[in-house]
Design a protein around this ligand. Structure first.
Ligand code: SF4
Length: 490
């Protein structure tokens, strides 16, 4: 048998949860694997089918509780326990789940989080320094995007900047050395409206932290970079792009002539980055608004034009997301879905040809759509929100030192958001203290209708995963809770 023949059965198992895969070949390969593991007894064929069934289920519905998966397979608890044991002993099945249509939930978020132990810390009520810390340093924002939850006119007074920046510096200093990618700057409001941002970035850079800045790039001018050279210490800058011409920009942000300025800023930034040979990565976040899928081709042209400013050092990445905000059930109409799927395929093909170095991230929902699968959209409701959130996984800190539990709650004067403050960082109370006291207190914040909008996509995945883990443990499946991420199955 040559190498290709030997690898084929493993490949059949790894691809089994993909649309159009050869299920029969995977079952044959699994039967061979089972016999190698000493399982030649009666029912081996059925067990192989159950293993495939599990990979398919968790590859398309990652947040299924194990007890539900057992019922779907129609087996008793003893048989299901045996199937789970076998699943853990055949690593190709874990790969199959990750290659499936919803595999990005696993590879991008769940498994990296599992490896840090942050989810276990939440489930077992153990304090821990958060895996992700968003610093929200912006006192204001020059845009007024129609989908933004911020309260018009609400801002932080300039008088809090000095104290606020000293507090951010203390948080940067207390990040454990083992968590270099924990801190990012975002909002809340626009981070670049804080004139001390460069110093904070430099402080993190000196500590060896890989910090990302999320910005609208309106203030990312040559002048800002001259005044705040510390910004070059950032690991990455992620620019939210709100259109591809002045008219689209104004319709979204209400700011006239903003597109041309953002474009100029980014071009000039790329030229300077190339001249300095700065390692900082630059990318765009682009949201496809309803009916604007055809604009994706222009997005490629936009990136290609930016690249002309620094031929040897092109733009690094683009993340594309869909705006589901206006839809009650979060679903697209069939014709809109087909249009978007075709647009995504054209977009990735055109980008591969015109901007080959560009890394494209379509996220959970759009990646499934491009693959031709109707993605299950994750929807957390007030009923499924967790009373004490997940501060060991993620928190956000604003200019006042207030530690917010959800990423979309850290806006000044936002109604109901104060209930989601875990505590305040002060000169005598570190972020670690705030999280420890909150976890030990273990409060129950009763969710109100509409509170689910405080959660961004990451918060939703974390909440769904934690609910699933707790359900599995309550159902007596602690040893296998969450299917992957325990005992070597990641
Ligand atoms: S979405 Fe961002 S850029 Fe737009 S108004 Fe809100 S904070 Fe400002």
């Amino acid at each position: 048998m040559d190498t290709a023949q030997a690898e084929a059965p493993a490949q059949a198992i790894e691809d089994v949860a993909r649309p159009g895969s050869d299920r029969a070949a995977a079952i044959r390969a699994l039967r061979t694997r089972l016999s190698l593991l000493g399982d030649t007894g009666e029912g081996a064929l059925e067990r192989a089918e159950h293993l495939v069934g599990l990979a398919e289920r968790f590859g398309s519905h990652p947040f299924t509780p194990l007890e539900q998966a057992r019922r779907l397979l129609g087996v008793d608890r003893a048989a299901f326990a045996a199937t789970l044991d076998l699943f853990g002993r055949i690593p190709e099945l874990a790969t199959a789940v990750q290659r499936a249509p919803e595999g990005k939930y696993w590879t991008n978020t769940i498994l990296p989080l599992e490896r840090t132990g942050a989810l276990d810390a939440v489930v077992h009520g153990r304090p821990a320094f958060p895996y992700s810390v968003g610093l929200y340093p912006g006192p204001t924002c020059m845009f007024r995007c129609h989908f933004c939850v911020r309260v018009t006119g609400a801002r932080y007074d300039a008088s809090v900047l000095d104290e606020g920046n000293a507090m951010f510096a203390s948080v940067i200093d207390e990040v454990p050395d083992t968590q270099p990618s924990t801190v990012y700057f975002s909002g809340g409001l626009e981070p670049l409206t804080n004139p001390g941002l460069g110093e904070l970035a430099a402080r993190g850079g000196r500590r060896g932290l890989d910090m990302t800045l999320y910005t609208n790039a309106f203030a990312l001018t040559d002048r800002t970079l001259e005044r705040q050279p510390g910004l070059w210490s950032l690991h990455a800058i992620r620019t939210s792009l709100y259109g591809l011409n002045d008219t689209e920009y104004e319709a979204t942000t209400t700011k006239p002539r903003a597109f041309r300025r953002v474009k100029e800023n980014l071009g000039s930034f790329m030229a300077e980055r190339a001249a300095r040979q700065a390692p900082l990565r630059l990318g765009l976040n682009y949201i496809v608004l309803p009916g604007r899928a055809d604009r994706l081709m222009d997005l490629v042209d936009f990136v290609a034009e930016l690249n002309e400013h620094s031929p040897g050092r092109p733009l690094d990445f683009v993340t594309v997301r869909e705006d589901y905000s206006g839809r009650d059930d979060g679903r697209l109409a069939a014709d809109e879905r087909t249009q978007l799927r075709d647009a995504l395929r054209d977009f990735t093909a055109y980008a591969a040809e015109r901007t080959p170095a560009l890394n494209i991230d379509l996220g959970y929902a759009l990646e499934s759509l491009r693959a031709g699968v109707d993605a299950e959209l994750l929807r957390i409701t007030p009923q499924t929100m967790r009373g004490a959130a997940h501060p060991q996984v993620a928190v956000q800190v604003d200019l006042l030192g207030d530690v917010y539990l959800y990423r979309e709650s850290g806006f000044p004067e936002l109604e109901g958001a104060r209930r989601y403050i875990a505590g305040r960082v002060t000169p005598t109370r570190s972020l670690h203290d705030v999280v420890r006291e909150f976890v030990e207190r273990n409060p129950h914040i009763e969710p109100r209708p509409g509170d689910e909008y405080f959660l961004d996509g990451f918060d939703q995945v974390v909440t769904a995963r934690l609910n699933q883990l707790e359900q599995d443990i309550a159902d007596g499946w602690a040893a296998h809770r969450g299917l992957l991420g325990t005992g070597g199955t990641a």
